[in-house]
Design a protein around this ligand. Structure first.
Ligand code: HEC
Length: 159
């Protein structure tokens, strides 16, 4: 019996230790956590397509199309969480997101156009077109990050 009651306590401590170097998202709507979680999905979805583009993985039409459609589905989702009250720690977004809304919107539109193009060619098996489209998406991620995201040694993914 005693052993059993210890388990939740120990896992609670482990959880706390794991989070100790992070600032907590205390916003009632968890805006920063929500958009960061979607961005992580961007990376997870794009990565296998990047491997195909670099010929590190075979092109399997059904898989590639599914990934491209998943990215297309995700691509419209983070932006709503950059609302007026969404600039607070632990965000890595630069103040320009809120100071230059037209430019931030343009970066989103460029990105959406690149993702839509990728979804269009995903099933074509036309490798040069697929490669060019994957690279265009990667470029649009990076160009928005250069302009609107602070660098951080900790976050290596998706850069
Ligand atoms: C229009 C701008 C824009 C585009 C396009 C964009 N991002 Fe980001 N991304 C951001 C901003 C701003 C943040 C910082 C969010 C925050 O911390 O509040 C971010 C954060 C991230 C993060 C870190 C999430 C975390 O847990 O801290 C990853 C990973 C990421 N983006 C991947 C991508 C990938 C991959 C793409 C392209 C497929 C992409 N992003 C496209 C603006 C963009």
């Amino acid at each position: 019996m005693q052993k059993l009651t210890l388990i939740p306590l120990i896992s609670g401590i482990a959880l706390l230790a794991g989070c100790s170097d992070r600032i907590k998202d205390t916003h009632p709507q968890q805006l920063v956590s929500k958009r960061q979680a979607i961005f992580k999905q961007f990376t997870k979805t794009l990565e296998p397509m990047g491997l195909v583009a670099r010929e590190r993985q075979d092109y399997v039409k059904a898989t590639f199309v599914a990934n491209a459609q998943a990215l297309q589905e995700l691509s419209t989702q983070p932006w709503v969480y950059f609302s007026a009250d969404g600039n607070y720690p632990p965000t890595r977004a630069k103040p320009d997101v809120w100071d230059k809304p037209a430019e931030f919107k343009l970066a989103q539109d460029n990105y959406l156009a690149a993702v839509n193009k990728l979804a269009d060619v995903a099933g074509s098996a036309d490798m040069p077109a697929i490669r060019a489209s994957v690279e265009a998406v990667q470029k649009s991620c990076k160009s928005c990050h250069d302009q609107f995201r602070n660098d951080s040694a900790k976050a290596k993914q998706g850069d």
